[in-house]
Design a protein around this ligand. Structure first.
Ligand SMILES: Nc1ncnc2c1ncn2[C@@H]1O[C@H](COP(=O)(O)OP(=O)(O)OP(=O)(O)O)[C@@H](O)[C@H]1O
Ligand SMILES: [Mg+2]
Length: 351
């Protein structure tokens, strides 16, 4: 018999760890619990776990506070140790692809093949040639995957599935925007140390890229400009503590940051567009904590000349407004995109 098991979504970000528990009911999805725990900036650097004890403790605390009993967990990695590449190969079955994977992947992946875990997906027949098919390769450094899996395990959970950030955004989008009229959309997740980009065509990923840039640089800029600690700079940034702060100066810093972000996102999307003929991105969905940078949505919209919307990962998920505060939900939603995508995954296993 084949069972589908509900998985806990665990997004281990370099600034915050997010946990989401979603139940699949007969009528759809239902939010049971979610939470977010901050970790100090030196815990995860360039997506490498430097202080696993703090990560493990934060996950344990979250699970305890949320009173979550289940253990099976889906988590994700991203960054420079993960490569996603699209390739065109002759038509073949999944089984045949698996066999050729090792030989074919070597030319697409700039790492030693022995150091990575490989996966591949058949996207479908190639648009240009009917005897070819488009295949997506994913390679992730074993060391990174193993480190994240260990952290999950040491927190008392069972790592059942390791995804990558860009694909969990895709799962989140599929479930929450099933009737979206656009053919091509870009999902852009702006976090603390990464901007993850996934361009979907008819719901399938056709381009994915991680940019090493994030809110951390902005916090460091605030820290330098005002001569304050990293923690104080974070509080200034989120508006939690702006006592004695020159508002004009901070607004100028936000403006500069938004410009840098938009420039990077635009550069990447323009590169993608240059590889396409007669295709346009019709909408951008923005997520991640850094999507809150004042003016970012407007500036991106203006520069790209396409609509930009903050994503709502709870758009198609039921939640009880007596349990969850609507105001907080609206605030936190874009930051939960990856974690929700993970919580929507299911582990199939044979009995
Ligand atoms: N109001 C705000 N204005 C500007 N930036 C904000 C605001 N709130 C949070 N951020 C920033 O969002 C970032 C955290 O976002 P997020 O939780 O998506 O990142 P992460 O998943 O921990 O990081 P990553 O995925 O890059 O490792 C931090 O840099 C934080 O300073
Ligand atoms: Mg993140």
């Amino acid at each position: 018999m084949l069972f589908e098991k509900n998985l806990l979504g665990l997004d281990i970000g370099s600034q915050s760890i997010k946990m989401v528990d979603i139940a699949k009911t007969r009528t759809g999805y239902e939010l049971k619990a979610f939470g977010l725990g901050l970790i100090p900036s030196e815990c995860i650097v360039d997506k490498d776990i430097m202080d696993s004890e703090t990560v493990v403790d934060t996950v344990k605390n979250l699970r305890e506070n949320l009173k979550i009993r289940s253990r099976g967990t889906a988590s994700a990695i991203s960054g420079h140790s993960v490569i996603v590449k699209k390739a065109e190969l002759p038509l073949m079955s999944e089984a045949e692809l698996r066999q050729t994977l090792l030989i074919e992947a070597e030319q697409y992946i700039p790492f030693d093949i022995n150091d990575v875990y490989l996966d591949s997906f058949i996207l479908g027949e190639s648009l240009e040639r009917s005897d070819m098919m488009d295949v997506l390769f994913v390679a992730a450094k074993k060391e990174l995957v193993d480190d994240y899996a260990s952290a999950v395990r040491n927190a008392g959970l069972k790592p059942m599935l390791m995804d990558i950030d860009v694909f969990s955004m895709e799962t989140m989008y599929e479930v929450n925007y099933p009737d979206a009229p656009e053919s091509i959309v870009a999902l852009v997740n702006a976090g603390a140390s990464m901007i993850n980009i996934n361009v979907l065509k008819e719901g399938m990923s056709i381009f994915a890229r991680d940019i090493s840039m994030g809110g951390r640089q902005l916090t460091e800029r605030i820290q330098r400009e005002f001569g304050v600690s990293y923690e104080r700079a974070e509080n200034i940034k989120t508006g939690a503590n702006i006592e004695g702060i020159d508002l004009e100066k901070i607004n100028y810093i936000f403006k500069m940051a938004a410009e840098t972000y938009v420039q990077e996102i635009r550069r990447t999307l323009d590169f993608f567009l240059s590889t396409m003929v007669n295709e346009n991105i019709e909408k951008i969905y923005l997520s991640g904590g850094s999507s809150r940078i004042p003016g970012l949505v407007k500036l991106l919209e203006k520069q790209m000349e396409i609509p930009v919307e903050k994503v709502n990962p709870f758009n198609n998920i039921k939640w009880d407004d007596r349990v969850f505060d609507p105001e907080y939900m609206a605030y936190i939603a874009p930051q939960m995109a990856v974690a929700v995508g993970l919580a929507l995954r299911r582990a199939d296993y044979k009995w």
